[in-house]
Design a protein around this ligand. Structure first.
Ligand SMILES: [Cu+2]
Length: 315
């Protein structure tokens, strides 16, 4: 009797301790892979499981491998090795380029989107976009000729003093290089939903955006925790007779799970490319839902009611 009681007390203590740790982890500023099955299972499951993964999580997929190449500090170099074990030298053009290289720190800061040059031996080189010390993730987004589009990812460390940058809170408006960019719509896990970004400058709508990478904007979304790389397609292209050069640019986005995402919009105006960044949290009630008064996962989306962009439907 006494032993049984002692056992029960011991169990209770274990549960309490576990619960306490869980709470502490959940409240920490950065939680890697929280509530995220893809991040907690090692790669190398069934092919079916791999097919369902978002892009950018694997360094090697479908026979193609991203191989960093030694390079001077001011340069970033890599190769893509193909199924035959040799560097790939032929690529299809997608969004105006054969290779899109995206880099970002593991804390989602420092985003850059650049276009390396291909040497005849299959080595890609670019002036390093890695702006300072940190744990960086590099994504190569490409289509090998005769193959499918792929996004491979690899970690790159730049030594030095690391400074963790907190993820900015969700917001529906931001400024960059004197432009104000507002975001309407929110990604919904498991289905495609429109995201509209509207650009103004000095209070005036920008109506003469310049095409960049075959569109009036290029949007990359990365998931917090594992940096899953999400393809986001522009809704319309310059010259299709219905897509206007601003002030609004609409994308069709689908996110694989609830969670926090960082969106990076590249747009071109005045001969320069600008990048506007947003944090969005999915899994929160739509903006037109009645307020619940409690939302433990973060601030509720704000500002949607002020924008009133036509076509912002919840269909
Ligand atoms: Cu690109």
């Amino acid at each position: 009797m006494t032993r049984l009681a002692a056992f029960a007390v011991g169990l209770a203590a274990v549960f309490t301790t576990t619960y306490g740790i869980g709470r502490v982890v959940d409240r920490s500023p950065v939680v890697e892979g929280r509530h995220d099955g893809a991040a907690t299972h090692p790669a190398g499951g069934s092919d079916e499981a791999v097919d369902r993964l978002p892009g950018g999580l694997l360094v090697s997929d479908r026979g193609y491998t991203l191989d960093p190449v030694d390079a001077p500090a001011e340069e970033l170099a890599f190769r893509i090795t193909g199924p035959d074990g040799h560097p790939v030298t032929r690529y299809d053009v997608a969004h105006d380029k054969q290779m899109h290289l995206i880099v970002v720190r593991r804390d989602l800061s420092g985003f850059r989107h650049v276009h390396p040059d291909l040497a005849p031996d299959g080595t890609w080189r670019v002036d390093t976009p890695l702006a300072g010390p940190g744990q960086w993730r590099a994504f190569a987004d490409f289509t090998p000729t005769g193959g499918e589009p792929l996004t491979l990812g690899v970690d790159v460390t730049v030594p030095g003093e690391l400074t963790e940058r907190p993820l900015p809170a969700p917001a529906t408006s931001t400024t960059v290089d004197g432009y104000t960019v507002t975001l309407t719509g929110a990604p919904q896990p498991g289905r495609t939903s429109p995201l509209t970004l509207t650009i103004s400058r000095n209070g005036q709508p920008v109506t003469d955006l310049e095409p960049y990478l075959g569109a009036y904007g290029h949007l990359v979304a990365l998931r917090r925790g594992d940096l899953a790389y999400l393809h986001v397609h522009p809704d319309g292209t310059p010259g299709d007779g219905r897509t206007r050069p601003g002030p609004a640019v609409t994308f069709l986005a689908e996110v694989p799970s609830a969670g926090s995402y960082r969106l990076y919009l590249d747009f071109r105006h005045g001969g320069a490319v600008h990048t506007a960044e947003f944090t969005v949290s999915t899994g929160t009630p739509p903006a037109d839902a009645p307020p619940t008064g409690s939302n433990p996962s973060g601030p509720a989306p704000t500002g949607d009611a002020d924008h009133g962009t036509p076509g912002h439907g919840h269909n």
